[in-house]
Design a binder for this molecule. Structure first.
Ligand code: CIR
Length: 258
């Protein structure tokens, strides 16, 4: 049964201390970040999504990037075990939220480490990025949990960016979009469309042909509009300073039964 619920999580007052790995640290404006987060939630709601706030994790600077804490397939939730130690405490509140929504809950166990940002779902294929945050043990655990439910798990090397979904996401028709210099192996994806900007690689499928995209990717928005998609643009500059993108600020739940 299709559902349109999305988990979101209010930024921590310590947001500015969030991890930065592949870019230079820039000062984050916490008030602007909060405004941008509110506008992001509003954009989801305007396009028919019910947003559900996970209890805040004020001591965890990166907790707003809720996508990294759980992977959803059908109504089954796989709780991540974040690759960065400083993010491990984030999962407890998310576990509670998905359980309350009636999801079956599974966990990534030690020695596995996985960030949800490394899992891209395209129909029944789950591409899993083998990145600095997600290891081989976790890829095996993702297979063990989701393949019996009908998923096909394809592991993909990720060496140039933080997460697989920092490099590629998918359009509603399953075409994978990515900025070529940041994608290790574009040929692994059966239909691949290069886009001109790094943040153009990040789209959230809202439904009805609409794509949530960052204001920092105007050329890609133009390209995708020209191909018949409808970009809905939000400014997430403060989260981009911490290597966040539009996908990682929510967990979309499309197949809940409750
Ligand atoms: N899925 C994502 O792209 N998450 C972004 C996480 C950014 C955060 N500063 C981190 O390094 O974990």
């Amino acid at each position: 049964m299709p559902s349109k619920k999305a988990l979101i999580r209010r930024p921590s007052p310590r947001l500015a201390e969030g991890l930065v790995t592949h870019i230079e640290r820039e000062k984050v404006d916490p008030d602007l970040a909060l405004e941008q987060w509110e506008a992001y939630g509003e954009a989801l709601r305007t396009h028919g999504w019910e947003t559900i706030e996970v209890d805040p994790a004020d001591d965890c600077p990166d907790s707003v990037f809720v996508e990294d804490t759980v992977v959803m397939y059908k109504n089954v939730a796989l709780i991540a075990r974040p690759g960065a130690e400083s993010r491990r405490e984030e999962t407890a509140g998310v576990e509670e939220a998905v359980a309350r929504l009636g999801c079956s809950v599974n966990w990534i166990w030690e020695p596995g480490t996985l960030d949800g940002g490394d899992v891209l779902k395209v129909d029944d294929t789950l591409y899993v990025g083998r990145s600095e945050r997600t290891n081989a043990a976790a890829v095996q655990q993702v297979r063990a949990v989701f393949e019996p439910l009908g998923a096909r798990v394809v592991s993909v090397p990720v060496t140039r960016v933080l997460h697989l979904k920092s490099a590629v996401t998918a359009l509603p028709d399953g075409t994978v979009v990515g900025h070529v210099p940041l994608v290790d192996k574009p040929a692994l994806f059966p239909r691949f469309l290069p886009v001109p900007e790094e943040s153009g690689s990040h789209v959230v499928v809202l439904g009805g042909g609409k794509l949530l995209m960052a204001a920092s990717a105007p050329k890609t928005a133009e390209l995708l509009a020209d191909l018949g998609h409808e970009p809905v643009v939000v400014d997430i500059s403060e989260f981009e300073k911490l290597e966040g993108c539009v996908t990682c600020l929510s967990v979309r739940m499309r197949e809940l039964y409750a």
